[in-house]
Write a protein that binds this ligand. Sequence first.
Ligand code: ASP
Ligand code: MG
Length: 449
Amino acid sequence: MGSVESLKSVAAIIKQNVEDDTEQVVVCSAMSGVTNQLVKIGELLEQSQNDSAFETFSSVQNLHFSAAKDLGVELDFKEAAKPIFYDLENIIKGVGLIHEISDRSRAYLCAFGEKLSTRLLTAFLKKEGVNAYQVDSVNVKTEGNDFLEDDIEWESTEKHLGDELKILLSEDKMPVMTGFFGTNPEGSLALLGRGGSDFSGAIVAKSLKWPTLEIWTDVDGFLSADPRVVSDAQLISEIGFEEVSELCFFGAKVLHPKTIRPVTDADGSVWIKNTFKPEVLGTKISKKVSKNCHSAVAISSKKVAIITMDMFGTQLSEKRFDVLEKIFDILRRFKLAPDAMASSEALVSFCVPEGFCADTTFLEELAEIAPTETHCGREVICVVCPEEVKGRPGVAVELFKAVAEVGVSIEMYSQNASEIAQLIVVKGEDAPKTIRSIHEKLATGVCNI
Ligand code: ASP
Ligand code: MG
């Protein structure tokens, strides 16, 4: 929902479905940049910068009003959005008085982008002759653990949301629902985490027991590598959910990783499609995919630091598992799940996001447990293999050969038992050529089986 142009394309796609008699529920994220601006408003108010907060509020307001004007729905949108802007202004005033914002208020503040975008799209769809009906996602029920990234209470969500949407559909109303948030058991608004609108779409699909979720975005789908690194990266037409989870986790920002499970677990499919090129088929994600003859489906990467801890350097009285427990406790406190991990009798190595290289508190805490070495500026490359490589001999050899051929030394390696993801860590400056070589040897070319 980036621009007037994309709103028009979205509306055209929806109209086409109506013409084809395809039943649909539309879930919207905010217009682009809006959620960030709302986050910013919260920060500005905390820092007592009320004037700047109100300026940001005005820019959010202007963005929507000008889009509404371009879409020819200025009056209808103003009418529908009036109570929403009124609420938003009031919460800004309230927080602006005390300069303190709780997670509860922050969640409430950040959800306005979706409340506005759905009202805008609904007004435009109505003008275009679609019987659209705006829905705030209050029936997405959450568990109440966290205002900013809550978990779903599936049973009541499926019941209440499913019933609400079914009734609307039976009345021939096409729901346009807010993504990104739900309500917790106390009735307060709770967010589903940044980028959570994709997940909201999956929640709708599961609640209606529908087999298809389409995520309309600004890319063609998942690519076999980052096209900025690999110029002949290819669009992946079909991929399994385990493979795609690895890809999302390792830097492919196409999709919120939680999105896939609820749909593929029910044997449904998630499609990634490009709003601006609806004719491109996109990527289909499902539980099982048809055969892939290559050793790798895709390669992704992210910048990390390697931390190596010398277990022999700890006091002899300490047991190895006690030391590991202490390491994991620190990782837990810093909310870190290590990206790759390798251990031997003497050493434990793991990767953390590169920012932790400069985090002295974190590094000092680790150093209290055992002598610690930090290697900054590294890149973890995740080679995602198709499910059927499991048990196929020689895949790691192929990988190591591809890396060796460009004269790069692997600093860390790990493969999980599903054999779907192979991780290697190399120096940052070596990463692009390494990725290109792996892509060429493992993900493309004539099939070797
Ligand atoms: N608008 C929310 C965000 O920016 C949710 C989403 O876009 O999926 O995080
Ligand atoms: Mg999004």
